[in-house]
Design a protein around this ligand. Sequence first.
Ligand SMILES: Cc1cc2nc3c(=O)[nH]c(=O)nc-3n(C[C@H](O)[C@H](O)[C@H](O)COP(=O)(O)OP(=O)(O)OC[C@H]3O[C@@H](n4cnc5c(N)ncnc54)[C@H](O)[C@@H]3O)c2cc1C
Length: 405
Amino acid sequence: MSEYTDTLSPIRWADEPKSSYDVVIIGGGGHGLSTAYHLATRHGITNVAVLEADYIASGNTGRNTTIIRANYGIPESIRFYQHSLERYQELEAETGAAILHQTKGIVWLAHTEMAMRTERARAAMNQACGAQTFMRTPDELKAMIPQLDLSGGGRYPVLGGSHHVEGATARHDRVAWAFASVAARHGVDHFQHTPVTAILRDGPDGRVTGIETPRGRIAAGAVLSAAGGRVTQVAAMAGVRLPVRTHPLHAFVTNDYAQGFPIILASTELACYVSQTERGQMLIGAEFDSQPSYSRQASFAALRSFSYKITRLLPFLQGMRILRQWAGICDISVDFSPIMSATPTPGFYVTTGWGTWGFKAIPAGGEGMAELIATGRPPALIAPFSLDRFARDHVLADAGSAGTR
Ligand SMILES: Cc1cc2nc3c(=O)[nH]c(=O)nc-3n(C[C@H](O)[C@H](O)[C@H](O)COP(=O)(O)OP(=O)(O)OC[C@H]3O[C@@H](n4cnc5c(N)ncnc54)[C@H](O)[C@@H]3O)c2cc1C
């Protein structure tokens, strides 16, 4: 647990938007805020506005289960997420904010020979690309997680699993406010309750020239969509069509369990996972809704499905009460990898496709997008995630690493 003292000053709020900014960022979630932070702190670009339709971190950034990991299945993703994981380890010192970062390790269980093969391949690929993931036997898993039922309730026997030792969690809203506060100190303006209702374009190439809000028009040199599950609507305002669909994802917490569950446990075959919050609650998530929707309404079907699966693995959860349940809407790309990119509309950028896995990417995603916007060139770590990969048929298919389908 972090022992870092929080030295964040209260955020400096701007009164009214200026008539013009070098960069306007649509969306005050983790990716928008992190991009603004990196523009200001790494590139000296401070004439930046972040416009948030609701309140800061009201989207998925304030609704997620905060798992940080790099145990992906393809080299491009492993390298990118490993860099983000390492940035998280340093973020408290860098921002002066106590984000409650905890390295816990994450275990992905396998219940079939097929899944064992997948996890062995994952561990080998992770090690080759710099992430620490190792195979564990059932006995080793039982020693690590005494509460685990190795028979899986007689239905999902545990044959082994991969152990990603640097897996971690951090307090999501504190991460968002850490980036916002430091960026504001550098001169970035943040506006809550300010939805972008139109993107203005001009000239023969349809270049983006600004945006419109209920508070008026704002001119912009560049516009970034960091709009989470609303991205297809926002991109359409700039004439851009994306290979993204929005699906709800649910989570819930139980009442407190005596602190004693120090690891993050998941089964990708069952698509469910659990960790313990710093308050002691058991935080449980699972598969996203197969039906695309913008609804953030909690569903009993999700609760029943998640509870059934997770209690096969951890029977002690059957005796606990459900305290709260909620949902977020996730921008899921067709290849299950993010899109960090310029677009065919000059001056319009997107950071999207964060689906059910984008919290862990907030430091590295914002860092990469800031460099792309500041220099016009994507850094090597995010270059493979450009939008034109779909037209070039260079998709980064990695659905098996999402852990939520
Ligand atoms: C239940 C759940 C569990 C999850 N668990 C994990 C996890 O354990 N690990 C992990 O890595 N990821 C997880 N995720 C995914 C992660 O939360 C997201 O990928 C990440 O937060 C995306 O950040 P973002 O900044 O792109 O989007 P968001 O945080 O959704 O921010 C987008 C913002 O844009 C605003 N906006 C939209 N339209 C407009 C507009 N027109 N004008 C102005 N503002 C606008 C929205 O109000 C919103 O605040 C989970 C998600 C959910 C829902």
